[in-house]
Design a protein around this ligand. Structure first.
Ligand code: GLA
Length: 729
């Protein structure tokens, strides 16, 4: 059994194949954290607590537990205002304006399987995959019931956590914060890894030793953001890809968040993650409840590589859903970088014709097909086909594209409204706004109030009509700005601060509706590139547009950073035109292909302008994609190079789960003179076995490939790439 309760010692112990997590109920009914790390056999772990009784200058509580200083204790679910001065998970205001709250244990339940979280994305699994624990707690003074939710994946080193609160008291309560995760770790000797950046430079890896005090990444933008991802990792100072201890924490949420650590005076670390309490509150009437999002946790004692592989497995197997989860996805060509807004039916058909000949599977019509939109200043919200551009109508275009043998996909930006749109002229109150206050635009657009059902219903009806009008098999759902002046004229004052979270719930509800009505649809999320690349969105779309930066060299860093948490199969990656539209760099066609092969693979260029040689290169690239797609989609990913540390090269590898094949990919960044062939050590092969290198036919032992390495042939010039495929003999 992966979750046990030791009645005598009052210890809950959660075991995955290689990790253990434990906490204890004290005599005073407090929950104290005992352990999270490599698997341990015993459950009698209360001796680990080491709580001082009366530390000088630390308030001491006296209760059934005896005198103890709360501020020193590892608390499983820390609450505010009760002499634990560290980052709390919960804060609320009662009708008397009091904000202290507590969490006392009442009861528990262990069951096979996992319940969905109402209205929120979450990992799932059946009774063979996962066991769950609910710990029922309460605050007797205000009547709040607190349910701590844990699930353990039986075959993966993954534990999830969340919390739900219910107001069972006699008066309304105002929830001011409810974080999803708090873990008190027993020391402070960690590096924290965060993924940061900006537009076109998302999820660059930053690693720094923890300092005393709080260090966080957050967003108060209503979306995860380009600036910071909500995933964080902690590892020991010496940990690298293959050695050392590493914890990973991924929040399954797409709105404003906070994730971070506090190193406190006793030289220990509290890790936390959840909805950002900044500008958040939630009114809980009697009997109302609030569900916090889920956090996925993993621990690896085999370095950051294994941490990432654990997360990749749970995301691929237990978060992503639907028809496209485990099958080859179409190779698409998107017209954005080819035409931007300047296209019509004829141009799209020309692209489709050449794309069909090159073996591409799907044409995606990007921004600019609706209302009067010819640039980014108008028409968001006017989801009517612009028949001046799409001459003959959408159905005609889609039918023609289908006749050429291509599927058809379409771009929407459902959450937005242009002030210059018919929809805005009719409903100026439908955007998020504060009456009387200036409405800040970004990219000339405002954000529709998706916390409102009437607004969602209207937009959904437009999307549904468009999707039902022709054979549309893919949607790119974009979101190109963040939220400001957050308010509306619908909710009462006490519920205004709920809009941030209600908005996110609205987005989730819309995507759920879309997938219910169109179960075969392939959905790709996007937010000005990768501003909403998170586990929340991956519950709805198996792929996300990684970044608007499609330059192969910039992508090395972006994809390396993204892979810290997210599987390669989720990364929207295309071969695009050169010089690249973000950096002006020219890279070889082959390198662009190899870098895009890491992700979903597709094209983002005007194929009609390519040379015959490049067009036949596309055929070869698609053949390569087909050959390696299963391995890339389902295999284990190993980072070998580090583009943040080396300007010489990057390299990575996919190894089949059964170790029968491996694909090594190498990109020479800047050519370095007077160095011999670059010898790269492979990882993850089966010891004692032999592998044939396909291109040369040479057979190597796994040991030589992993301990000495494989010689990359000499590549002449910057930005060239090489791909080596090995099959077990
Ligand atoms: C965003 C997306 C791009 C493209 C444009 C269209 O920037 O990331 O891929 O769809 O919007 O306006």
């Amino acid at each position: 059994m992966s979750i046990i309760f030791d009645e005598k010692k009052k210890v809950f112990k959660l075991d995955t194949p290689n990790t253990s997590y434990a906490f204890h109920i004290t005599n005073s009914k407090h929950l104290l954290h005992l352990y999270y790390g490599k698997k341990i056999p015993e459950t009698d772990l209360t001796f680990l607590l080491r709580i001082p009784n009366d530390e000088p200058f630390v308030p001491a509580t006296h209760d059934a537990m005896g005198p103890h200083s709360f501020d020193c204790a590892p608390i499983e679910f820390p609450t505010s205002g009760v002499a634990d001065f560290r980052e709390p998970s919960m804060q609320l205001m009662d009708e008397n304006g009091m904000s202290a709250c507590e969490c006392y244990y009442k009861d528990y339940k262990i069951y096979k399987g996992k319940k969905p979280l109402k209205g929120l994305p979450a990992t799932y699994g059946d009774e063979d995959d996962v066991t769950s624990l609910e710990v029922y707690c309460h605050d007797p003074l205000n009547g709040l019931e607190i349910i701590l939710q844990y699930s353990v994946f039986e075959k993966l080193d993954i534990i999830t956590r969340s919390v739900k609160v219910q107001n069972k008291g006699k008066s309304p309560l105002e929830l001011r914060r409810l974080l999803s995760l708090s873990v008190d770790l027993d020391h402070k000797d960690f590096d924290m890894i965060t993924l940061n950046g900006t537009w076109a430079r998302e999820r660059h890896v930053e690693r720094a030793p923890l300092r005393f005090g709080k260090q966080v990444v957050d967003s108060c933008r209503g979306a995860t953001s380009h600036a910071h991802n909500n995933f964080i990792a902690l590892c020991d100072h010496k940990a690298d890809e293959d050695y050392g201890e590493a914890y990973g924490f991924a929040l399954v949420y797409s709105g404003s968040f906070i994730s971070g650590c506090e190193v406190y005076q006793y030289e220990k670390t509290r890790v936390f993650s959840g909805i950002n309490p900044y500008d958040f509150s939630w009114h809980l009437k009697i009997d109302e409840e609030f569900q916090a999002p889920e956090v996925i946790m993993t621990f690896s004692y085999q370095g950051l590589g294994q941490m990432s592989r654990n997360l990749h497995d749970v995301i691929r197997q237990h978060l992503i859903r639907g028809k496209w989860k485990d099958i080859r996805r179409p190779v698409l060509i998107n017209n954005w970088e080819a035409t931007y807004f300047n296209f019509d039916t004829e141009k799209l058909i020309q692209i489709a014709r050449d794309a069909a000949q090159a073996g591409i599977d799907m044409l995606v019509m990007d921004d600019g097909w609706f209302g009067g939109r010819s640039d980014d200043t108008t028409s968001l919200g006017d989801w009517y086909v612009n028949e001046e551009k799409i001459k003959g109508g959408l159905k005609y275009l889609v039918d023609e594209v289908n006749k050429l043998g291509l599927k058809f996909g379409i771009w929407f930006e459902p959450e937005m409204i242009s002030p210059d749109s018919d929809l805005y002229r009719k409903h100026p109150d439908w955007c998020i706004h504060i009456p009387g206050r200036y409405r800040t635009t970004a990219r000339s657009q405002l954000v529709l109030d998706f916390s409102r059902k009437d607004v969602r219903d209207y937009i959904y009806s437009r999307i549904k009509e468009i999707l039902s009008s022709a054979n549309i098999e893919y949607v790119k759902w974009d979101m190109n700005r963040q939220l400001s002046e957050v308010g509306n004229e619908v909710l009462p004052a006490i519920r205004q601060r709920e809009i941030w979270h209600r908005y996110v719930l609205g987005v989730y509800e819309m995507q759920e509706r879309l997938l219910t009505d169109f179960p075969d649809l392939l959905l790709e999320n996007c937010a000005g590139g990768g501003a909403r690349y998170d586990c929340g969105m991956l519950y709805y779309s198996p792929q996300i547009w990684t970044s608007d930066d499609t330059d192969a060299i910039e992508r090395l860093k972006i994809q390396h950073g993204t892979s810290m948490c997210y599987p390669c199969s989720t990364m929207g990656a295309h071969v695009s035109a050169v010089p690249n539209h973000c950096v002006g760099r020219t890279t070889p066609f082959q390198t662009r292909g190899h870098v895009a092969l890491v992700g979903t693979f597709g094209y983002e260029l005007d194929i009609t302008k390519l040379s015959d040689e490049e067009k036949s290169a596309i055929k070869e690239q698609i053949a390569e994609f087909d050959k390696y797609n299963f391995l890339v989609r389902s295999g284990d990913f190993y980072r070998i190079g580090n583009p943040f540390k080396s300007t010489r090269f990057d390299a990575w590898e996919f190894v089949a789960k059964d170790k029968s094949e491996a694909l090594l990919q190498y990109v020479q960044i800047l050519k370095t003179p007077s160095l011999f062939l670059h010898r790269i050590r492979l990882k993850g092969l089966e010891q004692g076995q032999y592998y044939r290198h396909e291109q040369t036919g040479k057979v190597y032992s796994a040991e030589i490939l992993m301990n000495s390495g494989f010689d990359i042939p000499n590549l002449w010039g910057d930005f060239h790439s090489y791909l080596a495929y090995f099959k077990k003999v």
